[in-house]
Design a protein around this ligand. Structure first.
Ligand code: NAD
Ligand code: 2HG
Length: 387
C-alpha cells in the first residue's frame, strides 16, 4: 500500500504502518493520502485513491463533496489536537491582556544601554494591562476545543458562557456545569470581555463574525480566532478595531492584510504545533487509514458513515459505497445469492445521502459478481478484501 504525505507528518504516526506500506511525499498514484493544512482542492486525485486522512480537525482544505462522489473516504482526528489549541487560546488571552510582546521587544531594544534595570522600572507601566480572572469569556462552538477552553477558563476564575446550536451529547457531558449557555450569539456577546471562536469553516460560518455580530459586542472586547481566518469578516473587523469595539484580535491565521495591523496579534498557525498533538493526530490518522485499507472499517470519517466489523476473519469482505436510496442493498444481496455465495455477516450504515455496506462472505466473490454490483444504479464504489 502506498501512502502519500502532503505535509510533515510525525514519524511516530508513520510507525503505525508496517513494512507492507510505503510512505513518502514523492509517491505517485497513492492508495491513501495523509495531510495537514495543504490545500487539496486543485490537486488531481488518482482513480486508485481510497482515503484521505486529515491529521487534524479542520477539513476545509479538502474537497470533501467531490471525494464523496468518487468514493474516497475523508477522515479527520477529532480531539487529537484540542489540548494544544486550548493552551494556545489561553496564551492568546494573556497576550491580549498585557502587552507582553511589546514589553519584550522594548527590552531587546535596550541592548548595549546602561541602567537597564532602572529603565525597565521607569517604563514598565507602558506594557501593563488587566487580569483574566473575573472577566467574562464567550465561547462560540462547544466541540472538542471549545469545551476544553471553556473549562480551563472557568478554572482560571473567568465567567464563561457558550453558544453552540449543534452541541453534541458527548461535548455537553464534558462541559463544566458552571458554564452557562446562550441560545444565540446575541445572548452571549454583549456581556463578554473576551470572545473565542471554535467552529469549523463551512458555508454557514464563512464571514460568521460580521458587522452585525461586532455590533453585539462590548466595547474593548478581545477576540481570539484559532479556528480559521475566513470565519471573521476582515473589513468588519478592521472597522470594529477602528471604532474601539475590538481592543485586540488574536489570530492563528495571518494573511497579507493582517501581518502588521494595529491591535492584531498574528500567530503563525501554531495552535496544533506541539510534539504531543502532532503525534496524537498522526497516530490516529494512520490507524484509521490502516483499518480502512485492511478491513474496510470506517471510523471518524467526515463524509461516510461510521461502520466497523472488526478485523477480517473470513475469506472475503466486499465493501460497497452507495447512495442512501431504497432497494440497493436487496439488489446487492441478490447478486451474491445468485452465485450461491453465503453472507456470514453484514453491516449497513447511512449518513445523509450516502451509505456503506460491508458483507463478509464464506468464500471469494468472483469478478463477474463484483462487476454486476458496480453496475447497480446508485453504487459509487465496490472494493473487495481477501484474507
Ligand atoms: N489553530 C489550529 O491549529 C487549529 C487546530 C485544530 C482545529 N482548528 C480549527 O478549529 C475548529 C474546531 O475544532 P474542534 O476540534 O473543536 O472541532 P469540533 O468539531 O469538535 O467542534 C466544532 C463545534 O462547532 C460547533 N458549530 C458548528 N457550527 C456552529 C455555529 N454556526 N455556531 C456555533 N457553533 C457551531 C459544532 O456543533 C461543534 O460542536 C476546526 O474545524 C478547525 O478549523 C484549528
Ligand atoms: O496541522 C496543523 O498544524 C494545523 C491543524 C489545525 O488547523 C486543524 O484544523 O486541526
Amino acid at each position: 500500500m502506498k501512502i502519500k504525505l502532503l505535509n510533515k507528518i510525525s514519524p511516530v504516526g508513520l510507525n503505525v504502518f508496517d513494512e507492507t506500506y510505503e510512505t513518502s511525499d514523492a509517491i505517485e498514484n497513492p492508495d491513501a493520502i495523509m495531510v495537514r493544512s495543504a490545500k487539496m482542492h486543485d490537486l488531481p486525485r488518482n482513480p486508485e485513491l481510497l482515503a484521505i486522512a486529515r491529521a487534524g480537525a479542520g477539513v476545509n482544505n479538502i474537497p470533501v463533496d467531490a471525494c464523496s462522489e468518487e468514493g474516497i473516504v475523508v477522515f479527520n482526528t477529532p480531539g487529537a489536537n484540542a489540548n494544544a489549541v486550548k493552551e494556545m487560546v489561553l496564551t492568546g488571552m494573556l497576550l491580549a491582556s498585557r502587552d507582553v510582546i511589546g514589553g519584550v521587544e522594548y527590552v531587546r531594544g535596550l541592548e548595549g544601554q546602561d541602567g537597564v534595570a532602572k529603565l525597565v522600572e521607569a517604563n514598565k507601566s507602558n506594557f501593563a494591562g488587566t487580569e483574566i480572572q473575573g472577566k467574562t469569556l464567550a465561547v462560540i462552538g462547544l466541540g472538542a476545543i471549545g469545551v476544553l477552553v471553556a473549562n480551563a477558563a472557568h478554572s482560571l476564575g473567568m465567567d464563561v458562557i457558550g453558544y453552540d446550536p449543534y452541541v453534541s451529547v458527548n461535548a455537553a457531558w464534558k462541559l463544566s456545569r458552571s458554564i452557562e449557555h446562550g441560545d444565540s450569539l446575541a445572548s452571549i456577546l454583549p456581556q463578554a470581555d473576551f470572545v473565542t471562536i471554535h467552529v469549523p469553516l463551512n458555508d454557514e460560518t464563512k464571514g460568521y463574525i460580521n458587522q452585525d455580530v461586532f455590533a453585539m459586542m462590548k466595547k474593548g472586547v478581545k477576540l481570539m480566532n484559532f479556528s480559521r481566518g475566513e470565519i471573521v469578516d476582515e473589513e468588519a473587523l478592521l472597522k470594529a478595531i477602528e471604532e474601539g469595539i475590538v481592543d485586540k484580535y488574536v489570530t492563528d491565521f495571518p494573511n497579507e492584510k493582517m501581518v502588521n495591523q494595529r491591535n492584531v496579534i498574528a500567530i503563525p498557525h501554531l495552535g496544533a504545533s506541539t510534539e504531543e498533538s502532532e503525534e496524537n493526530c498522526a497516530v490516529m490518522a494512520a490507524q484509521q487509514i490502516r483499518d480502512y485499507l485492511e478491513n474496510g472499517n470506517i471510523v471518524n470519517s467526515v463524509n461516510f458513515p461510521a461502520c466497523d466489523m472488526g478485523v477480517l476473519k473470513l475469506p472475503c469482505r466486499v465493501l460497497i459505497m452507495h447512495r442512501n436510496v431504497p432497494k440497493i442493498v436487496s439488489q446487492l444481496t441478490q447478486l451474491i445469492a445468485r452465485e450461491n455465495l453465503n453472507i456470514s455477516d453484514m453491516n449497513n450504515r447511512s449518513r445523509k445521502d450516502l451509505a456503506y455496506t460491508m458483507l463478509d462472505l464464506d468464500s471469494k466473490a468472483d469478478a463477474a459478481t463484483l462487476d454486476a454490483m458496480r453496475a447497480v444504479e446508485g453504487v459509487i464504489r465496490v472494493r473487495v478484501i481477501y484474507k
